[in-house]
Design a protein around this ligand. Structure first.
Ligand SMILES: Cc1cc2nc3c(=O)[nH]c(=O)nc-3n(C[C@H](O)[C@H](O)[C@H](O)COP(=O)(O)OP(=O)(O)OC[C@H]3O[C@@H](n4cnc5c(N)ncnc54)[C@H](O)[C@@H]3O)c2cc1C
Length: 400
């Protein structure tokens, strides 16, 4: 097993690091104008994403005409490792960049590609993703928001929930039921909906962790007219989009998760320098030391499981490891932040900063990270659903 990158890949890493050194946004500007939601793009965030795009560093795996560098899978792995070390995200409209632009690229027509893909990459427009509904979350195929075709437009009625960034986004990539008679996976379509269309009511849901911030919203559609040309892909074939492009960058997301875990373990280690009421360093406590060692070992196991899965995918094989990565990584983050909070004692009551205010987690209290870690075990498929997938598709167990 060779765990070193070749020279060309290391040169790629150095080239990226050098570019980043001269191009990061001004920290003061960033802190002065934090993003309010996952589709809110202050000027500095738009400029940063645009600079990355212009230099070929936003989506290096894409072809040059779409702002990429045709980076190889290994180079992309290095790219995500490096980007995860930054104190900020490459895009503050994650859904738009990692899910919706690739989906429109793969399933949309030429007109849609031209109108939406490049403007999304250049941070000129932002998106929300309208999948979940009050009665359809894990079971997305149960969605009931209706879109009825009426001459040259659809009439949309229904409700979405947990829609990240809905309040600030320009468009919604919205999953709707277009054939209520068909079996539930077969009557779904995807529409691009302009969020300024009359009949859309966005009701933000303030978060427990920050009353001034509301990333989630409920979105109500009341006789909303959507031009027929905004249908993405074929009518009633929207399910293919959920199983196709939505998985686009997921294969690489574990690299970000591992780097974030490594940063958190380092912060946990530094916690050991604190003294208790008797002047004893926490690092001398055997429970603390055991926990630190076990967290470190688990994070290493996650990393190598990711490398193994990645190696299989790059050789064209299936990677059962990938089903385990999200489950294990998100639960490990939860375990780590809870342990850290317990060691912090009463000072854990100071919940610190908003998880989004400085992009990544470097300045957030463990308490805030713990609260936010629940998002990781729910979004993109809950832990229970991941366990079902592993049981049925990886281990071949019968349905429970
Ligand atoms: C940070 C974050 C951002 C999000 N952003 C968006 C967004 O932008 N757009 C969007 O559409 N949605 C978004 N969501 C919603 C997310 O996709 C759903 O929360 C998720 O799919 C789970 O659905 P649910 O909340 O309806 O829970 P449910 O599906 O109702 O599940 C409730 C509980 O029952 C369990 N459960 C359900 N079915 C089974 C089963 N078959 N076997 C065992 N247990 C089961 C679940 O694990 C869970 O514990 C976001 C969620 C989070 C946390």
């Amino acid at each position: 097993m060779n765990l070193h990158y070749d020279e060309a890949t290391e040169r790629f890493r150095i080239e990226l690091r050098e570019w980043l050194e001269g191009n990061l946004p001004d920290e003061q500007e960033r802190l002065a104008e934090p993003t309010q939601s996952s589709a809110d793009l202050p000027d500095w965030a738009r400029q940063w994403q645009r600079r990355l795009f212009d230099a070929g560093w936003l989506v290096p795996g894409w072809p040059p005409e779409l702002g990429g560098k045709n980076a190889t899978p290994i180079q992309q792995l290095v790219y995500f490792e490096e980007m995860a070390r930054l104190p900020l995200m490459r895009s503050y409209n994650v859904q738009g960049l990692t899910i919706i632009a690739p989906a429109i690229h793969d399933f949309g027509n030429d007109q849609q590609r031209e109108s939406y893909v490049l403007p999304t990459l250049r941070a000129e427009i932002s998106w929300c993703l309208g999948m979940s509904e009050p009665g359809a979350g894990s079971d997305l195929a149960g969605l009931s928001t209706r879109a009825e075709l009426d001459d040259d437009h659809f009439i949309v009625n229904g409700q979405k929930v947990w829609t990240s960034g809905a309040e600030h986004s320009d468009f919604c990539f919205c999953f709707v039921r277009t054939d209520p008679e068909a079996p539930k996976h077969k009557g779904i379509s995807v529409l691009i909906i302009d969020m300024k269309t009359p009949g859309i009511d966005v009701r933000p849901m303030p978060e427990l962790t920050n009353k001034d911030r509301a990333d989630f919203s409920e979105v109500f559609f009341d006789d909303v007219e959507v031009p027929v040309e905004n249908l993405v892909g074929e009518l009633n074939h929207g399910w293919a989009i959920t199983t196709g492009s939505l998985a686009h960058e997921r294969g690489m997301l574990w690299t970000t998760q591992v780097s974030e875990l490594e940063n958190r373990i380092e912060a946990f280690r530094q916690l050991g320098e604190r003294q208790d009421g008797h002047g004893r360093r926490l690092a001398e406590d055997s429970v603390f030391r055991d926990e630190l060692a076990s967290l470190y070992l688990d994070a290493q196991a996650l990393k190598f499981m990711g490398y193994r899965g990645f190696a299989k995918i790059s050789h064209g094989q299936a990677s059962p490891e990938h089903s385990l990565l999200k489950l294990f990584g998100s639960e490990l983050t939860q375990r780590l932040t809870l342990m850290a909070m317990e060691h912090e004692g009463a000072s854990a009551l100071d919940i610190g900063m908003d998880p989004y205010s400085v992009g990544r987690y470097s300045r957030h209290s463990f308490t805030m990270q713990y609260f936010y870690s629940f998002a990781g075990t729910i979004a993109g498929g809950t832990s229970e659903i991941q366990r079902n997938i592993i049981a049925q598709r990886v281990l071949g167990l019968p349905r429970g």
